[in-house]
Design a protein around this ligand. Structure first.
Ligand code: SIN
Ligand code: FE2
Length: 217
């Protein structure tokens, strides 16, 4: 097969990269939404600030997080769960902006999952050195809906493994605007993020923001 070259004679990036039968990377899918979604992050964080949660094992997570939507993901010494109330403000989580729901719906659809209506959006903030260890997303009630994960800001290496923690992982470089969707038979695959390098991004500086949309309740 002949390789496609871009303007600069470099191999053009495939807009879709399959990670499994029901898992795909959609390169740059979120770029048309950036102007709407990036300013909304500050509005959400002004109400429900980014914070470092403690795991049931007693470790403080290196990633800082907040949520928007009816349900928000939270962790403390008692376990992981979804809550309607932000435990740090005692107020409901900020509602999910329409642009967020639209992005999640369209990305899921492009990946083959019709009618995705997320009720939770976990917003992770990575600074240089931040990592996320391998885990499964399994606190949601129904595994029929996919996970839609949006990358903004600094690039990162996403690790996509199998159904056992010890399974080999694929290293997936993710850039500003990339979206990963996994569901169906790939829904419970382990995944994580390698420690970030400090390569400031023109729009977001020395941080990476990741949204993961879920149907949690
Ligand atoms: C997550 O698994 O919650 C986040 C994944 C990512 O930051 O790419
Ligand atoms: Fe996850």
């Amino acid at each position: 097969m002949m390789e496609t070259l871009d303007l600069f004679g470099l191999p053009a990036q495939d807009p879709r990269q399959d990670l499994g039968p029901a898992a795909v990377v959609l390169r740059g899918f979120a770029l048309p939404y950036v102007e709407e979604v990036v300013p909304a992050i500050d509005v959400i964080a002004a109400r429900s600030p980014f914070r470092h949660m403690v795991t049931p094992g007693g470790f403080t997570m290196s990633v800082a997080l907040t949520n928007c939507g009816e349900l928000g993901w939270a962790s403390d010494r008692r376990g992981y769960r979804y809550t309607r109330i932000d435990p740090s403000t005692n107020e409901p989580w900020p509602s999910m902006p329409e642009s967020f729901s639209r992005l999640a719906y369209e990305a899921a659809k492009a990946a083959g999952f019709e009618n995705f209506r997320p009720d939770a959006c976990l917003i992770n903030r990575y600074l240089p050195g931040t990592r996320l260890s391998l885990h499964q997303d399994k606190n949601e009630r129904d595994y029929a809906a996919p996970i839609v994960s949006v990358s903004l800001g600094m690039r990162a290496t996403f690790l996509f493994g199998g159904e056992e923690r010890s399974d080999p992982t694929t290293k997936v470089p993710l850039q500003h605007g990339d979206v990963v969707v996994w569901g169906g038979e790939d829904r419970l695959r382990y995944h994580g993020v390698m420690p970030l390098k400090d390569e400031p991004h023109p729009l977001l500086g020395s941080q990476r923001i990741n949204f993961t949309f879920r149907k949690a309740g």
